[in-house]
Design a protein around this ligand. Structure first.
Ligand code: PSV
Ligand code: MN
Length: 426
């Protein structure tokens, strides 16, 4: 299924008038204050976030899963779903695959399908946190950190195979998230685990094509609850340095202990040129994988403020691979993703409004009150007309959620796919 530009335009209706008035008012106000409004909308229009192939079906917990009808039952249909998101929002121009959940069978057809939707394949993800039915070795006691050489070799080879799959699709980076760790004190030796992991990652790194990057994700707990081998950004950073220049840390918003200062982590990594990828979600308690911006929008803004600062001041840091990494337990996954994409754009827009020169001057003067005012002035601005204008400039919907509902997309998908399809993933 593919939405046409005409279908999308038909949903703007008479709301365009309101938008134009709102935009003119805001552009006038911001322009007077010295903001390059066109520069901001151009940056917003260029900003693209990858949608993971496992986020298009209903999520669940270990207590259950409530299916959502019309879910994509194949990789091709998942790509169609991302195509729908991109057509509406014009900000979801990439897909991130998880292998083996979404191993293509017909590469040429999958590539063509993505191209038809204007999508590219971003970072590809390996999976050594689940045993596959045909696997010779189990990951129950570790994968890249495993003491059992057979399991470790299998995990390394899986990652090398994922690189090969990604190469055929045009991906340029591999994300490794390692579930390895322990549930009980004394269960395994910390130092041996870390050394084995470093050795495994170096072997994977050695298999990277010259134009590829390796992203190392960290997480303090889950599925292991006493320790994880790559528990924090420091461990990831250390491993990335040990691997080499094209290995980077990946920050997932949900992978921090409560109250961690994520904006400072981002800032430090960008200064060192080692922030490679970023996973968006939101949480109240842990790795809740809730809709981006639904719980702590101000924290998201502060993080974006450091990301923008880094993008403007740290040429030593590469362009980032952005991805949504959330779960949709009770919402229509596509509606939830539209909400996440909107929240990302809003936080980015607000961060772009921060007057960095005034902030630097206030910092020099130790004017703490002014520093806070400058940040909060940007945060309190209703930037939605800017986000809308950026979207419209690329042919997206004025209001993607309204258009999605107005076009009755979910019911069209149910009619096409049936009620009981189930998307692969967690
Ligand atoms: C793990 O919690 C994670 O954040 C990793 O990025 C995985 O690839 C993804 O979620 C899906 O399980
Ligand atoms: Mn993640």
């Amino acid at each position: 299924m593919q939405l046409t530009k005409d279908q999308i335009r038909s949903q703007d209706g008479n709301h365009l008038d309101r938008h134009n008035k709102d935009y003119d008012y805001l552009a006038d106000r911001l322009g007077e204050a010295g903001t390059d409004v066109e520069g901001v909308t151009d940056a917003l229009a260029a900003f693209q976030v990858a949608v993971p192939s496992w986020a298009l079906g209903a999520g669940g917990t270990r207590f259950g899963r409530f299916s959502f009808h019309g879910e994509p039952g194949s990789l091709e249909q998942k790509i169609d779903d991302v195509g729908i998101l991109h057509a509406l929002t014009q900000t979801a121009g990439a897909v991130s695959l998880h292998i083996p959940w979404d191993t293509p069978t017909d590469y040429a057809a999958v590539k063509q399908r993505a191209e038809n939707h204007g999508l590219v394949f971003d970072a590809i993800n390996s999976n050594t946190f689940q045993d596959q039915p045909d696997a010779e070795h189990s990951y129950k006691h570790g994968s890249l950190s495993a003491g059992d050489e057979g399991a470790r070799r299998q995990a390394i080879e899986h990652n090398l195979e994922v690189i090969e799959i990604g190469s055929k699709l045009g991906s340029k980076s591999l994300t490794v998230w390692l579930a390895d760790g322990t549930n009980f004190p004394g269960q395994r030796n910390f130092q041996r685990n870390l050394m084995q992991t470093e050795d495994s990652l170096k072997q994977i790194y050695a298999g990277l094509p010259a134009d590829w990057k390796l992203f190392i994700e960290y997480k303090p707990y889950e599925p292991n609850f006493y320790s994880t081998v790559i528990q924090d950004w420091g461990t990831s950073f250390m491993l990335a340095n040990a691997c080499g220049e094209r290995a980077y840390t990946l920050v997932d918003l949900g992978h921090h202990l409560p109250n961690s200062n994520i904006e400072q982590i981002v800032s430090t990594l960008m200064l060192k040129g080692k922030l490679g990828g970023f996973h968006f979600n939101d949480s109240k308690y842990g790795d809740d994988d809730l809709t981006v911006g639904s719980i702590k929008p101000y924290a998201l803004f502060l993080i974006f403020n450091e990301l923008v600062y880094g993008m403007q001041n740290n040429p030593q840091n590469p362009d980032l691979a952005w991805m949504i990494d959330a779960s949709h337990n009770i919402k229509d996954p596509l509606e939830d993703l539209i909400q996440s994409l909107e929240a990302i754009q809003e936080a980015y827009a607000k961060a772009l409004l921060v007057d960095q020169n005034r902030l630097a001057a206030a910092q020099r003067d130790h004017d703490v009150v002014a520093c806070q005012e400058i940040l909060q002035d940007a945060y309190r601005t209703d930037v939605r007309p800017l986000v809308q204008r950026a979207r419209l400039s690329r042919g997206g919907a004025l209001d993607p959620l309204r258009a999605y509902r107005g076009l009755d997309v979910r019911n069209l998908l149910i009619r096409e796919r049936g009620k009981h399809t189930v998307a692969t993933g967690l």
